[in-house]
Design a protein around this ligand. Structure first.
Ligand code: AMX
Length: 432
């Protein structure tokens, strides 16, 4: 797999270097003050090959939509969802893998899954009051002791081989994350009664197993979950953070720990916890499990009046319903009958968009991935929602770390945009 990756990526690396040399003066567009003051939205600044996000259509991974991936990627169970290892292969190599390729990658990850004891010690040393995402980020950072990249750099390896050690770190880290996540889950919510990995299970199935869930239904959900959260092009906070930190040649463990502290923000990955928290808050305040549309609408308006966001709705790029939301909605329609939280997620989809649309300033009133994921996990018995963002973090490693290996094989330089005091921008807009 590594050799196949090298053959494909090396061609792109040469293209990257050629474009840099021959076309550095090409103008890509102009930057408005509005873009600077609204989080650099829409400025084409990053090279990311794993996936591309279209505002209307949503995400494509190497050109494939989510429904196409569900159809084409290899499955273990023909009635189930594809295994995420197939998506990792696609993002690394650019081709839909055969069943054998996906299973080989799965086995490769299983052989890399050993987590060092000191990582468990670091987790155990933290108070149980520390958030699961705090424990997750610290655990990832603690594994930097194992970094091949750090060792290679110290040994003076030529920079044209940095990608090789980065690849090793990326694959080792991806392989270990399910064990680390499940350890945090069992420590926090199951009295530290840990469950050893089963080397015969796939990556997502093993995460479910180590968390204590062994049904085929949950494996199906986890495989879908791990695929839809795996990547969202390069500009989102977690992906961009890993890329930025990596541009200083920090090792992949540092990069991904930093990315996870970004994912832990409520406007990004923490929204998947906030949604379910807010839904329960609503049911409690309305004192019913089956509120009317009018009651839900009133509650949403109150949330806005209180100066809070409606979690799970809106997006910095998307301008339509997120296809990751739709994939989960279809999953629920197929496999779940009459569940309180799933019903409420469906009801919110009816009620929230017109309310957000009427506010005026909100560019996208439609739901994102986080509006549904918590309801599904809750339905299948994973009720500890302070853990949900950790699951997002396990999945996001697939795309972000595949991109990081690309960054090193392309020979990407240190990232260093220019900043100015506010007065400079004022002068540009209004003169002295
Ligand atoms: N509820 C209330 N207000 C919202 C809103 C929502 N769901 N979405 C956007 N707005 C507000 C913004 O806060 C902003 O207000 P301001 O001008 O007073 O600062 C205004 O509308 C314009 O924002 P925007 O250009 O439409 O969105 P953005 O790119 O600034 O922010 C996002 C995007 C996702 C942070 C925002 O929609 C939001 O806060 N949503 C709720 C949190 C959420 O679901 N996050 C998860 C996103 C997906 C992910 O990363 N997992």
């Amino acid at each position: 797999i590594k050799y196949r990756f090298y053959q494909k990526a090396n061609k792109c690396a040469k293209e990257f270097q050629r474009l840099k040399k021959e076309h550095a003066d090409v103008v890509l567009g102009e930057v408005t003050l509005g873009q600077v003051l609204t989080g650099m939205k829409g400025i084409p600044l990053l090279v990311t090959d794993t996936s591309k996000l279209d505002p209307a259509e949503g995400i494509r991974f190497k050109g494939y939509t989510i429904p196409e991936l569900q159809e084409k990627l290899p499955k273990i169970n023909p009635d189930g969802e594809p295994i995420p290892e197939g998506l990792l292969y696609l993002m690394l190599i650019g081709e839909i893998p055969s069943q054998e390729d996906a299973l080989n990658l799965s086995r490769d990850l299983a052989t890399r899954a050993h987590v060092p004891q000191h990582t468990f010690d670091v987790i155990d040393a933290m108070p149980k009051t520390s958030k699961p995402m705090t424990q997750f980020s610290a655990a990832i950072l603690s594994m930097a002791t194992e970094s091949s990249f750090q060792k290679a750099y110290r040994a003076g390896v030529n920079k044209k081989y940095y990608w090789d050690a980065t690849y090793e770190d990326a694959m080792n880290l991806i392989a270990r994350l399910p064990r680390v996540a499940a350890y945090i889950y069992r420590r926090q919510f199951h009295n530290s009664k840990h469950i050893e990995p089963n080397p015969h299970l796939d990556w997502a199935g093993n995460l479910a197993h180590m968390m204590g869930f062994d049904s085929e239904d949950i494996r199906r959900l986890f495989r879908l979950y791990m695929i839809i959260h795996a990547d969202h092009e390069g500009g989102n906070v977690s992906a961009h953070t890993a890329h930025l930190v990596g541009s200083a040649l920090s090792n992949p463990y540092y990069c991904y720990a930093a990315a996870m502290t970004g994912l832990a923000g409520p406007l990004h990955g923490l929204a998947n916890q906030d949604v379910i928290f807010w839904m329960f808050e609503m049911l409690e305040e309305l004192d019913t499990d089956t509120p009317t549309d009018e009651q839900v609408a009133e509650y949403c308006k109150k949330t806005l009046e209180d100066g809070r966001v409606i979690p799970g709705y809106g997006h910095a790029v998307l301008r339509k319903t997120d296809p990751r939301f739709t994939a989960q909605e279809e999953f629920a329609n197929k496999y779940i009958k009459d569940d309180k939280m799933v019903n409420l997620a469906n009801q919110l989809y009816r009620v929230v968009p017109p309310i957000l649309g009427s506010v005026g300033k909100i560019k996208n009133p439609w739901p994102n991935v986080d509006a549904y994921s918590g309801s599904l996990l809750y339905h299948y018995g994973i009720k500890e929602y302070s853990f949900y963002t950790v699951m997002f973090g396990v999945s996001r490693a697939l795309g972000v770390l595949a991109s990081l290996v690309n960054d090193r094989i392309y020979g990407m330089p240190i990232e260093r945009p220019t900043s100015h005091p506010l007065s400079w921008f004022k002068e540009q807009a209004e003169g002295k």
